[in-house]
Ligand binder design. Structure first.
Ligand SMILES: Cc1ncc(C[n+]2csc(CCOP(=O)(O)OP(=O)(O)O)c2C)c(N)n1
Ligand SMILES: [Mg+2]
Length: 394
């Protein structure tokens, strides 16, 4: 199947800003570069070619965006340990090529929904590191005004529907968003992202069934990082071949550590989904950190395994090697690294200096029309009055 004409660079604020500066740096460097990616595995569909084309400006865009994501998550890790960030916090480092490749193949008019591992979507969907850091610290300058926190990043304007804390809950929602695209006659898909753990849930199969019956333009993206918390995929899934688990719905397995493989497969999947209906993608990827900040990430997998991933399959190093092999100066990349670190450091300081949302926002955002009636024992503007009876004994 031919790739759609819409193979394009990164979209939105982050992408276009990067694109402009890179175009200046490499005005004469847009010669095509052919790369052989790992062959795709397919289920009920003909595989796309694994010879893909790129160029230096595009690779630079990928490098910059992925490095930004990486630095941001490293900063989040440090800020969490320093107790500036509290509560749940799930990091995305290691998995950057999945999101970066997806964004390169779609537009901001296409929708996206994911799990709680959602920090990087804020950046890829056009938000700033400052907003993200402020949100993680619960500040009113944050992406969702300090009311959502790590697991509930959301950007309606750029069609990002969160940030969902309940495992798998976003999968039927993603099918619903695709239904909205279809109903309105829009030429767009919904990227519905979930993990290998969530892939075994019943609600996923209900959503797949309805999406299949109604030919909804939805791309179900299973980010297989091989663990659901501390449970290895093979302990939770009778068949860990997630790309085949849609049964009657076609699937494709992709090297999720290779941004080029992801971009070209998603472009292929988008063309398929718009013409025919749902498709499942399994992205073979890896998370470097533990499941969340309370998990050191080393009790259920070996250090050797983590180190081998970092040294042999790291998505940023892969792009770096391609750039160096195609004439980009190592100093240029170091400059990118320095500038990115500075941007992240400034965002961290700005977030620390931010202010907490006022208390009354807690009930202000409950209803479209403010109600004066008590809700679960709380009147607007009051604190909870406990109904607990101290006399009660079980
Ligand atoms: C319905 C539900 N059950 C359990 C949990 C607790 N929980 C949070 S994340 C997680 C593992 C999910 O793993 P996976 O789908 O592979 O996603 P990953 O964290 O690897 O991205 C579990 C069991 C939850 N949040 N919601
Ligand atoms: Mg997982």
């Amino acid at each position: 199947m031919a790739l759609p004409a819409a193979l394009q660079g990164l979209k939105g604020q982050a992408g276009s800003q990067l694109g402009m500066s890179v175009a200046r740096l490499f005005a004469s460097a847009a010669a095509p570069i052919k790369v052989e990616v790992m062959p795709y595995k397919v289920h009920r569909i003909e595989e796309p070619s694994n010879i893909v084309e790129t160029n230096v400006p595009e690779l630079m865009n990928f490098y910059k965006l992925m490095y930004k994501m990486r630095r941001m998550e490293i900063a989040a890790d440090m800020m969490y340990k320093a107790k500036f960030i509290r509560g749940f916090c799930h990091l995305y480092d290691g998995q950057e090529a999945v999101l970066t490749g997806i964004e390169a193949a779609i537009t901001l008019q296409d929708s996206m929904i994911t799990s709680y591992r959602d920090h990087c979507q804020h950046i890829s969907r056009g938000g700033s590191i400052k907003e993200l850091m402020a949100e993680l610290m619960g500040k009113r300058e944050g992406a969702t005004r300090g009311l959502g926190g790590s697991m509930h990043i959301y950007n309606r304007k750029n069609n990002f529907y969160g940030g969902n804390g309940i495992v798998g809950a976003q999968i039927p929602l993603g099918a619903g968003i695709a239904l909205a695209h279809k109903y309105r006659g829009e030429p767009n898909v919904c990227i519905t992202m979930y993990g290998d753990g969530a892939a075994n849930q019943g609600q996923k199969y209900e959503a797949l069934n309805m999406a299949g019956l109604w030919n909804l333009p939805v791309i179900f993206v299973c980010e297989n990082n091989h663990y659901g918390m501390g449970t290895a995929e093979w302990r939770a899934a009778k068949s860990p071949n997630f790309y085949t688990r849609g049964d009657y719905i076609p699937g494709i397995k992709v090297d999720g550590m290779d941004v080029l493989a992801v971009k070209h497969a998603v472009a292929f999947a988008k063309a398929y989904a718009l013409a025919n209906g749902p498709i499942v993608m399994e992205m073979d990827t890896y998370r470097y950190h533990g499941h969340s900040m309370s998990d050191p990430g080393s009790t259920y997998r070996t250090r050797d395994e983590i180190n081998a991933m970092r040294t042999e399959r790291d998505p940023i190093e892969r792009v770096k090697k391609l750039l160096l092999a195609n004439g980009v100066d190592a100093g240029e990349l170091k400059k990118v690294d320095r500038e990115t670190k500075k941007e992240v450091d400034e965002a961290v300081e700005a977030a620390k200096a931010g202010s907490a949302p006022p208390d009354h926002w807690l009930w202000k955002n409950m209803f479209m029309e403010p109600l004066d009636a008590p809700m679960r024992g709380v009147l607007p503007g009051q604190y909870h009055v406990s109904e607990f009876d101290p006399e009660y004994k079980n």
